[in-house]
Design a binder for this molecule. Structure first.
Ligand SMILES: Cc1cc2nc3c(=O)[nH]c(=O)nc-3n(C[C@H](O)[C@H](O)[C@H](O)COP(=O)(O)O)c2cc1C
Length: 374
């Protein structure tokens, strides 16, 4: 657009023939100068837009996001914040129970914090489906320890107290682990209808020794390429590590695979090439398109009968540098996430990871006859 404007001006100027060589040189110089000024103006405009946009993001994130577990310690109890802490801590226990060989008594600091968070939440807001899930996970944890000769009567009584807050509406099956058989998993992933396909995918944190073939990864990536992207720019890239040593080196840069990383058959690193984007308005687009691609890839892996677990890249700068040096991922690619992959053992446990009620997700627009446009 800007270039078009320059061309129009240049055309206007050349409509007047120059009287001498000197004039022509002067006009040529002027044009070059104007072009440079326009380029600098465009660059400054971009820089200003990028900076103000990031400042806006910083302000919003700083105002909104949880700042550690102060919600509990400082007596502050913002509803969503506390809920998110409960969900995250309960999930830590749930996924610990889903490992191949959970260590009896694991996660004591998380358990203490979770009990505190739950007591506070019940006092301030009353029980709900999030605390129901957390209480059920704690119940499963108490049972697991008891079955491994590490029962704790006080702990179980405390959890029973929280369970009684929930009353008769509590569904004891919501939250905890479920057993999955490899046969049923493969059948649902490959032969089922679309609803079963979606519902049968779980994050897998227990893999068999069977080697993952590059052909299966290629097939999954090829499916994931069907993901939509802004202007079809397809910024995504995948780095696949299937040999044991490389897999372990890559996983060592990431924080969330403790307890199961050593069983994985490989790891994928999904990135998004930021050179694909132009304007400051697109500063987050790489994460959106890359995230959507990663989701498709996870389903593509599921369709290949492979288990997978997304692994966060909420990495400190030192980890980011370490990964880039190790893998050669260039600076202009943003790391979106890693995905642990592998074949399933004959039977395994997966975390239920209970979902919120639909009414908390489908919240605006035109829902149940109510319009939310003001
Ligand atoms: C971006 C992203 C990062 C994640 N990071 C981790 C991780 O580091 N470690 C882990 O065990 N699970 C991780 N997960 C898996 C989530 O815990 C899991 O998807 C969630 O609990 C829902 O369970 P489901 O995948 O079984 O449906 C991650 C998921 C996403 C989408």
């Amino acid at each position: 657009m800007q270039e078009q404007r320059h061309e129009d001006r240049d055309r206007d100027a050349s409509a007047f023939p120059c009287s001498s060589k000197q004039d022509a040189e002067r006009i040529g110089g002027l044009r070059r100068f104007k072009r440079r000024v326009w380029a600098i103006r465009g660059y400054l405009h971009f820089l200003y837009g990028l900076l103000t946009s990031y400042l806006y993001d910083i302000g919003r994130y700083h105002r909104a996001a949880s700042k550690g577990n102060e919600a509990v310690r400082a007596g502050k109890s913002r509803h969503t914040e506390l809920r998110s802490w409960i969900a995250a801590d309960a999930h830590k226990i749930e996924k610990g129970l889903a490992l191949r060989e959970p260590r009896p008594g694991f996660g004591k600091p998380v358990i203490r914090r979770l009990l505190e968070e739950l007591a506070r939440y019940h006092a301030d807001f009353g029980p709900d489906h999030i605390t129901e899930m957390a209480v059920n996970i704690l119940t499963a944890y108490g049972r697991f320890n008891r079955e491994h000769d590490l029962g704790d009567a006080d702990f179980e009584a405390q959890v029973a107290g929280l369970a009684s807050d929930l009353g008769s509406t509590r569904d004891p099956e919501r939250g905890g682990i479920v057993s999955v058989g490899r046969g049923a998993f493969l059948e649902k992933a490959r032969l089922s209808g679309i609803a079963d396909f979606f519902r049968s995918r779980h994050s897998v944190r227990n893999f068999s020794d069977e080697v993952v073939s590059m052909d299966a990864i290629k097939a999954a990536v090829e499916l994931a390429q069907r993901t939509p992207s802004v202007c079809n720019r397809q910024s995504w890239k995948t780095y696949a590590y299937l040999e044991r040593e490389a897999t372990q080196q890559v996983l060592a840069c990431q924080q969330g695979n403790r307890g199961f990383g050593d069983t994985t058959g490989g790891v994928l690193v999904v990135t998004s090439d930021l050179e694909t984007f132009f304007s400051y308005g697109e500063r987050n687009q790489g994460f959106i398109d890359g995230g959507m691609f990663a989701m498709s890839l996870v389903y593509g892996l599921h369709a290949q009968g492979l288990g997978s677990c997304c692994l966060n890249w909420c990495a400190e700068l030192s980890a980011e540098r370490k990964l880039r040096v190790l893998t050669g991922i260039p600076d202009h690619e943003a790391v979106i996430m890693m995905i642990a992959i592998g074949h399933l053992p004959e039977s395994l446990h997966v975390a239920q990871s209970v979902r919120k009620p639909l009414s908390e997700v489908l919240v605006g627009g035109h829902v149940d006859g109510k319009r939310t446009i003001k």
